[in-house]
Design a protein around this ligand. Structure first.
Ligand code: NCD
Length: 316
């Protein structure tokens, strides 16, 4: 298995065979995670630091569990209460941490590009856990693993991504990944929440759920990212739910065996009907969370193999 990357900063940098390598290894970690004893020593002796400059529940917990199951020494740093917003200060923090010789640095930051900038300044492997509206590569990989296990493949599927595309790093990373793996992509949302130029990305754009969901294999709902909005993107949440919420009627347009996904956290009754989210025959939302741990184990394992291949003393 060859994976020749030093960092995991975005799907943009990955080739289809890199994506397949991560997913294949993640499948093995799913098996490990379902055993009673869930330990491997893949990352034993390595130090993993999680730096979250933005609130996170599932992503941070997932990276922490992934590192611990692989035997790393894991440290969490909650950075969201600090006022580290300026590039210079971020770099100072990075240099300070770097001096503690971490091997894996997991970073979430509200500014697009901040994680790439940090990666240039440190000696260790950096994993992007979400930067602004830019990328969230492990989310797209866990979504891909969930789809591949449910549908048996990633190519020639019709995948509809619905809702607040404009503010979503999840959408961006998924569009890149599913495009590379040759699925057909549709974006559905009000024109105010579809990024300018989306029509040139090789995707179909709809502002009607019935049309956009017709014969879809995968329905991926997104949270309305109110914290990233600075004004009137939607008339009201009620109106939004009426036109773009996923209820039984809207889902009826998709294929009868279409799966429903959501990266979480969900706003029930805003973008998705709670009964659909909880319907174990349609919703794979809990599978996404399970796949997240396995994908992060696989990504850190592959990056650590490259670290170990480097000459001794490289951190000095
Ligand atoms: C997403 C994120 O933070 O980008 N959530 C997540 O990682 N589970 C999506 C979101 O916040 O809506």
């Amino acid at each position: 298995m060859s994976f020749r990357h030093r960092h995991l900063l975005g799907i943009e940098d990955l080739a289809p065979q890199d994506i397949t390598a991560i997913l294949d290894l993640a499948d093995q970690y799913v098996d490990l995670n379902r055993r009673q004893i869930k330990h491997a020593d893949t990352l034993a002796g390595l130090t993993q630091i999680n730096m979250f400059f933005e609130a996170s529940t599932r992503t941070q917990a997932s990276f922490e569990i992934a590192g611990k199951r692989l035997g790393a020494d894991v440290m969490n740093m909650a950075m969201q209460h600090t006022s580290l917003k300026k590039g210079e200060t971020l770099i100072d923090t990075a240099l300070t941490l770097n001096a503690m010789h971490p091997d894996l640095l997991v970073v979430r930051h509200p500014m697009s590009g901040a994680v790439n900038l940090l990666a240039e300044k440190v000696n260790c492997a950096v994993l992007n856990a979400g930067d602004g509206r830019h990328e969230h590569p492990t989310q797209a990989l866990l979504d891909a693993l969930t789809i591949r296990r449910a549908k048996g493949r990633l190519h020639r599927l019709t995948v509809a991504i619905c809702g607040d595309i404009a503010h979503s790093r999840v959408a961006r990373s998924n569009i890149l990944l599913l495009g590379k793996m040759e699925s057909r992509l549709r974006l559905i949302g009000p024109p105010t929440l579809i990024p300018a130029g989306a029509a040139e990305w090789g995707v179909e754009v709809y502002d009607d759920m019935g049309q956009g969901l017709a014969d879809a294999d995968v329905v991926m709902m997104l949270r309305l990212q109110k914290e990233r909005m600075d004004g009137g993107f939607i008339p009201s949440e009620r109106e939004y739910y009426h036109r773009f919420g996923l209820d039984a009627e809207a889902l009826g347009h998709a294929k009868p065996d279409a799966i429903v996904m959501h990266p979480g956290p969900m706003n029930r009754g805003v973008e998705i009907d709670g009964t659909i989210a909880d319907d174990i025959n349609r919703s794979v939302i809990q599978d996404q969370v399970e796949m997240g741990v396995a994908v992060r184990m696989a990504a850190m394992d592959l990056l650590a193999r490259n670290l170990k291949a480097r000459p001794e003393g490289v951190y000095a």
